[in-house]
Design a protein around this ligand. Structure first.
Ligand code: ASP
Length: 343
């Protein structure tokens, strides 16, 4: 049996061409993309595709697009061995994180990739990324089970857990990195999977997709000099249910009474505040410093080593389930899809 793979083409640089008037890159259709990768035929897979109409630059992604991708996977889940999502790099880590929560009990590969240079360029990284993503989506264990049973990002030399990865470079071919979790595979002459890092499911039953997302989330990035007026304005925005608070180092923030009182007031109003670190490596350890401890005393939830992208999308997902703030807090402190390590 040939591996059956479904490609979902959303857009991104990989399929872009130059606008003749402005020379800026704009998304183009899937047939153009595939014409530039004739080698795909050498894989001898059964490949079908679904494409966004029109394909988009991933800066235009929003939760409705995540729903569209999740539905395409769920509707075709039992007809394919694996899924490859072609996507722009700018918001790839957000899409990967959102899908990791939405595709509950996923036991097949969903490999997201794209490129830094369009597929039509001589030095493109798109051809290699696409072919490697297809091979990973088709890879199996000796017992025939899929090697990858989760949402992952393949870029250049590495396969990363989708909800652990972040775009780190606007220029390098190795554009993604996961600071707090090891790679799932290293791509060289062969593709070497790190079995101990790959997700393995214990639970029986099929895919349990959840499509509702609630974007009533705000983000506050701390910096020395942040004023009470500005912060009060953000936190009093109507309809916000959750705030991702990006703090210093191990989860530290200023101890000025106006700040602590304002955060406490916000938590007491039933708004969920999640503490994530601005640092790329490591995570929130609330009791390491007095400054973190004081903040924890207001009722904010520690995000441990979760990425910013996973924090935002996890909140949207949990509020989308219709949970109340107490239940949302409960799940924020626990990994749902391997997105964080509790310390
Ligand atoms: N702006 C592009 C996008 O995210 C960048 C890329 O694909 O690399 O769609």
């Amino acid at each position: 049996m040939k591996p059956r793979i479904l490609i979902i083409y959303t857009g991104g640089t990989i399929g872009m061409i130059e606008d003749s008037a402005t020379h800026a890159l704009k998304p183009f259709d899937f047939s153009h993309l595939m014409e530039n990768v004739p080698k795909v035929k050498m894989l001898n897979y059964d490949i079908d595709n679904i494409q966004f109409n029109p394909p988009i630059d991933s800066s235009d992604m929003n939760p409705s697009h995540w729903q569209q991708i999740a539905r395409s996977i769920a509707d075709n889940y039992y007809d394919y061995d694996g899924f490859v999502v072609l996507h722009g790099t700018d918001t790839m880590a957000y899409t990967a994180s959102a899908l990791s929560f939405m595709l509950d009990n996923l036991q097949k590969p969903v490999i997201i990739t794209g490129s830094q240079l369009p597929i039509g360029e001589v030095r493109t990284d798109g051809e290699e990324n696409l072919i490697t993503a297809l091979q990973i989506a088709a890879a199996t264990e000796p017992d025939g089970k899929p090697m990858v049973q989760e949402v992952a990002i393949l870029f250049e030399d590495y396969l990363w857990r989708g909800n652990r990865a972040t775009k780190r470079s606007a220029d390098n071919f190795n554009a993604f990195k996961s600071s707090n979790y090891p790679h799932l595979a290293k791509v060289g002459l062969s593709i070497n999977f790190s079995r101990e890092a790959l997700m393995r499911h214990q639970s029986a039953g099929g895919l349990n997709p959840q499509y509702n997302l609630d974007p009533s989330v705000a983000v506050v990035d701390l910096f020395p000099g942040l004023s009470e007026k500005v912060l009060r304005h953000i936190l009093s925005a109507p309809d916000i249910k959750g705030v991702v608070l990006r703090t210093y180092g191990a989860g530290n923030a200023m101890t000025a009474p106006w700040f602590i009182d304002l955060i406490k007031e916000t938590v007491d109003r039933g708004i969920v505040v999640l503490n994530v670190t601005q640092c790329a490596y490591g995570g929130v350890h609330p009791s390491r410093y007095v400054t973190g401890d004081v903040l924890a005393g207001t009722g904010v939830i520690p995000g441990f080593d979760i990425t910013f992208e996973a924090a935002v999308t996890k909140m949207m997902f949990l509020f989308g389930l219709g949970l109340d703030s107490k239940q949302v807090k409960f799940y924020l402190e626990r990994p749902l899809a391997g997105e964080m390590t509790i310390s």
